[in-house]
Each structure stands twice: as C-alpha cells, then as structure tokens.
Design a binder for this molecule. Structure first.
Ligand SMILES: [Zn+2]
Length: 312
C-alpha cells in the first residue's frame, strides 16, 4: 500500500504490466485448480458461478485498464481490480489465506496466487465473465497509449475539455494512467496539471504525447528490471526515482525548486512551479473553483463507475 499523509494511489499500467509478466511466467498454461474466497465483498459477479473457473487452464494474461485478466479456456475471463490497496503475492501451493488482509487464493500446481488488501475498506473486486462481450462490459473504454497515433491522442485530450490532470487519469479517456504517473508525465511535458486539454497548442500536444510514452516505457522497463524474474512484492506508487510524485518539498530534479502539492478530495497532485506553471503557485480561489469543476474528485469513483458495487 502506498501512503503519504492521507493520500493513496492505485497500481497503474507499469505496475500491472510487471504483475502480468510475473503471472505469465508462473501460471500461463497452468490449470486453475481452485479459487478460495475469504472476503464476502470481493466477488462482484454471479453468473457464471465462480466454481466454473476451476479446473480450467489459463490461456493467457491480459490487462483491461487497471484490471488484471486471466483468460481461461472455455472463453471465460477472471478479472481482478486491485483498486488502491489490493496486491498479489506468490506463495507455496495451498498456502493459508492471511487472516486480516487476505481476500482470496488462486491455487495452481506451481503455487498459490494470494490476493490481499491492506485497507479496512474492501474495494478490490473479482468478476468471472463469459466471452469477449462479458469482458468488454468491464472495460471503462479508455484508449491504450501505445496503440494510438498523435492525432487520436489530440482528439481524446480535446474531447470534453478537461484539465490535463483529469483527462490523463480518467479511465474512460486513457487506459491505465492514475495519480502517480500523471504527475510524472505532466512534469516531463512541462505542463500545468490545470491546463485545459483543448487549450494546448501543437507543440504542447506533441510534448505531452512524447512524455506519456516516454514515462510509461521507462517505468515499465525499470519495474521489469527490478523484478528480474521474481514476483513483484513491493508495488507502490511512491518511488525514489520519481521526479515529483510523492516528493512534496523535495527539490525538482530538473530545476531544484521545491516540489509543490495540491491536496483535494483525497487526491494529491505534485508539480514543479518553475518547470510547469511559469512559477505560479496554484492555490488561489480560481483554483478551488476549477478543482470543484474539473478535478478527479476521487480516483476510486472514476474507476468504479461501471462496477456493480456491493456495499457492506
Ligand atoms: Zn523544476
């Protein structure tokens, strides 16, 4: 779990890719023998019944937005959304589910994939769905950065005319980007989180486009190298190599000015004023109006907009 003050972040594209690599190696082509569910809030689908997943071989691993998908034989998909505090652990086969944090265990011959959630609020979810249509229904619809061209990127940014922070983190617009990497991307692009997508000039769009792909690729490589064949056990949105995210008050690696923050509705955004806002500190009344209107109010809210919630 990532925690700075009261602010939490969820695993994003590079973290999910690291999980997928590790899972592919361990359970790709293996039979899912059994699913043990410990938390009554985890399973959010009723049909097909979860038992249907058992005894089926994993045909492949996929990512849908920030969700991890196990494609099972027989056209079934097991979909896990870790939300903020959900994590995977790889344990010996048949390992006991840890009491307080354990949500579920997925048993394979080679080992047991444990799903835990280090939070009182149980937000992580599990769906079993049939067919590609069933899977598509869980897709918030954001486009994949590495599948599109500059023009599509521009059109998506302009659509809705959101602030850049909101646009990048909205899973209905872009897939897999959340609070942490959006901070890093905007810093790399030298753009204010509050700039409106439709107001960017050609040069700024191109810079942002470069930055999105650079930052995500660099982090995917870094996390892959870090895992080095092991299972990613330390998944966090706060890493020492980050330029601004989680670095409030620390020197910007480009200009050495102290990193600034905006705290709003349980989200914290970090930016460097000289690098991104022409030195302006974003903290006046106009900002509060903008925050109310076009800021990711709660990343959880955005992530959950399609999930059928079952509240305790
Ligand atoms: Zn700077």
């Amino acid at each position: 779990m990532s925690l700075r003050g009261n602010v939490l972040d969820m695993p994003e594209l590079p973290d999910i890719v690291a999980y997928l690599d590790a899972l592919e190696e361990r359970v790709g082509d293996q039979v899912l023998q059994r699913v043990r569910v410990a938390s009554p809030f985890l399973l959010r689908s009723v049909s097909p019944p979860l038992r249907e997943a058992e005894g089926r071989k994993v045909r492949g691993l996929r990512r849908v937005g920030k969700r991890v998908v196990f494609a099972l034989e027989g056209d079934l998909f097991l979909v896990v959304h870790l939300m903020i505090a959900g994590r995977f652990k790889w344990r010996e086969a048949g390992a006991k589910i840890p009491g307080r944090l354990g949500l579920a265990a997925f048993d394979f011959e080679s080992g047991t994939l444990m799903l835990t959630e280090a939070s009182k609020k149980k937000r992580a979810s599990l769906h079993l769905v049939a067919g590609e249509e069933g899977l598509a229904a869980l897709d918030p619809g954001g486009i994949e950065i590495f599948d599109i061209d500059l023009e599509t990127f521009r059109e998506t940014l302009v659509r809705g005319n959101h602030t850049l922070k909101r646009a990048l983190t909205d899973p209905r617009l872009f897939s897999g980007i959340g609070n942490a990497y959006s901070d890093e991307i905007l810093h790399r692009a030298r753009l204010s989180p509050f700039k409106l997508g439709a107001k960017l000039d050609d040069d700024e769009v191109a810079r942002l486009w470069e930055a999105v792909r650079q930052v995500l690729s660099e982090w995917m490589e870094r996390l892959r190298a870090e895992a080095a064949g092991g299972f990613p056990e330390k998944v966090t949105a706060f890493r020492p190599e980050m330029a601004v995210h989680g670095k409030y008050g620390e020197p910007c690696p480009v200009c050495e000015a102290p990193v600034q923050r905006i705290v709003y509705a349980q989200n914290e955004a970090n930016y460097c004023a000289p690098c991104q806002t022409g030195g302006k500190l974003l903290a006046d009344r106009a900002l509060s109006r903008l925050l109310k209107k076009d800021w990711p109010r709660s990343l959880e809210e955005l992530e959950e907009h399609k999930a059928q919630r079952r509240e305790p």
